[in-house]
Design a protein around this ligand. Structure first.
Ligand code: AP5
Length: 244
């Protein structure tokens, strides 16, 4: 991990963490940024769901927690992320979506010497997040995400690229969503405070922390993010393109 970390400092601008409540649009924005900057999208939710689908020991251990909307134990997720960030494709940057979401995970990332450039909090009213989750449909194999009203697929119920069936996530039930929101308030909001305070200390190793609104269309949120990340021309083009 240490050797990989040294290589990862070559491009200091593209090690980004997105933090937000469930349904705020982390994955929607993370996949766009990953494509724009040609860096990998590292989503712990996606890594865990793949393990569940494949029936690996990790997947079997994680499944119950995920279906109930609870946190998968820290040691399991930390090991998963350490392994993923050590891959060669993460050397020039990455977008972490859904990690860290406990202070133990944030401390583990710091202790491993992983440099972060930006920690960006996407801020959204809970009622709006619930509305987004209730209409979400996903293509399990790719992680592509749709919404029945806000971002419908070209053909109802089918993935735009493969034509395969879209499904509703098993943790998008009313009860699991309520648990996920509560877990976010209790365990992930302290992570936001951790980065906000570290960033304010003017430590040269600290990531820059920003909070932006996740309200509005996906294009509007993407434009805010790109502006923040220094691509103002690109953000104007994105803002004026049709909603996706
Ligand atoms: P994870 O997959 O990370 O779920 P989450 O954090 O609950 O976030 P979501 O994927 O639900 O929402 P999102 O913010 O990505 O929104 P999206 O872009 O899809 O984690 C799942 C589970 O795995 C956890 O509960 C836990 O059990 C486990 N886990 C994962 N990481 C862990 C960790 N680090 N430690 C321990 N356990 C962990 O958008 C939502 C919907 O809104 C979509 O339909 C989308 O099309 C739509 N939409 C997006 N943006 C907009 C917009 N601007 N306007 C209108 N609609 C929009």
């Amino acid at each position: 991990m240490q050797d990989e970390d040294r290589d990862m400092t070559e491009n200091r601008d593209r090690r980004i963490v997105l933090i937000a409540p469930p349904g705020a649009g982390k994955s929607t924005q993370a996949t766009r940024l990953a494509e724009r900057f040609a860096i990998p999208w590292v989503s712990t939710g996606e890594l865990l769901r793949a393990a569940v689908r494949e029936g690996t020991p990790l997947g079997r251990a994680a499944r119950g927690y995920m279906e109930r909307g609870e946190m998968v134990p820290d040691d399991v997720v930390i090991a998963l992320v350490r392994e993923r960030l050590a891959s060669p494709d993460c050397r020039n940057g990455f977008i972490l979506d859904g990690f860290p979401r406990t202070t133990a995970q944030a401390e583990a990332l710091k202790a491993a010497g992983v440099t972060l450039d930006y920690v960006i909090e996407l801020d959204l009213d809970e009622a709006e997040a619930v509305l987004r989750l209730s209409g979400r449909r996903v293509h399990p194999a790719s992680g592509r995400t749709y919404h029945v009203v806000f971002h419908p697929p070209k053909v109802e119920g089918k993935d735009d690229v493969t034509g395969e069936d879209l499904v509703q996530r098993s943790d998008d039930t009313e009860e699991a969503v309520r648990t996920r929101l509560q877990v976010y308030r209790q365990q992930t909001e302290p992570v936001v405070a951790f980065y906000r305070e570290w960033s304010a200390r003017q430590d040269p190793n600290a990531p820059r922390y920003f909070r932006i609104s996740a309200a509005g269309t996906p294009d509007e949120v993407a434009a805010r993010l790109l502006q923040l990340l220094g691509s103002e021309k690109e953000s104007q083009e994105t803002a004026s393109s049709p909603a996706s």
